[in-house]
Design a protein around this ligand. Structure first.
Ligand SMILES: CC(C)(COP(=O)(O)OP(=O)(O)OC[C@H]1O[C@@H](n2cnc3c(N)ncnc32)[C@H](O)[C@@H]1OP(=O)(O)O)[C@@H](O)C(=O)NCCC(=O)NCCS
Length: 212
């Protein structure tokens, strides 16, 4: 990774109409801990509580020091922390990475996710000059899929991953989950869940950027 790029990323500030994307700070973890919890157990793995000072330091260090990761915070214009957007599995040589994003529960469904990604993509393709951005998203997560489609990502196939054990749900027994049961399967003692693979390339970006 060139030192020019490191410097740019350290100073990164991407401003949209309602959001600002900036590098992670140490106290972001405390702001995250103050978010409302996701009430839906399917999203329970985004809830974080009761962590020690040492775990907070570790949380920050892990995200800041990993050369294959670029972890950014999303604020509103008043400096309220709305969420995080990150690149992981960064392949600096082949100019590829994967995208992750999550917002505090109270900030979802208001367009912030779409606005954040739309503001990040020009930076990714035009400043970082990366060539491909991939992500995976649980097939039942229709809100996220819709958000990614609006940002120009294309569906690129499906795969099964282990279901996050932090979401303690009775997917095959509880009638509440009858509509999304089709995305789950049992393999031995394990529950697997279907994910959509989505991707965007620089070619797609340059072709569609004025339409987004
Ligand atoms: C995914 C996430 C980043 C999206 O950001 P967001 O600000 O909530 O999403 P937006 O408001 O920008 O867009 C959501 C779109 O999905 C639509 N939507 C919401 N619920 C939906 C549902 N159940 N089915 C279909 N579409 C739905 C909204 O109407 C909106 O589309 P529209 O603008 O065409 O009306 C955010 O919801 C989040 O952090 N969720 C929890 C964590 C997560 O799922 N992360 C992604 C993991 S891959």
């Amino acid at each position: 990774m060139g030192s020019y790029l490191i410097l740019r990323i350290t100073k990164l500030k991407l401003k949209g109409e309602r959001i600002v994307i900036r590098p992670l700070k140490r106290n972001d973890i405390d702001k995250r801990l103050a978010w409302q919890e996701y009430p839906d157990p399917l999203y329970a793995h985004y809830n974080l509580k009761d962590i020690t000072q040492a775990q907070k330091r570790e949380w920050y260090k892990k995200r800041k020091k990993d050369p294959k990761m670029l972890y950014l915070a999303i604020d509103d214009l008043k400096g309220e922390l709305l969420g995080f957007l990150n690149l992981y599995d960064i392949d600096w040589e082949n100019k590829k990475a994967r995208l992750g994003i999550y917002l505090g529960y109270e900030y979802t469904g208001k367009g912030h996710g779409t606005e954040s990604i739309k503001n990040f993509l020009p930076y990714y393709f035009e400043r970082m000059k990366f060539r491909e951005l991939g992500l995976d998203v649980a097939s039942f997560n229709l809100r996220a899929i819709r958000c990614y489609l609006k940002c120009g990502f294309k569906l690129a196939g499906t795969k099964f991953n282990k279901h996050d054990p932090r979401s303690k749900i009775d997917i095959f027994g509880d009638e509440k989950y009858k509509d999304i049961r089709k995305y789950f399967k049992k393999e031995g003692n394990e529950i697997l869940v279907q994910f959509e693979e989505m991707r965007m390339t620089d070619e797609i970006w340059y072709k569609n950027r004025t339409l987004l």
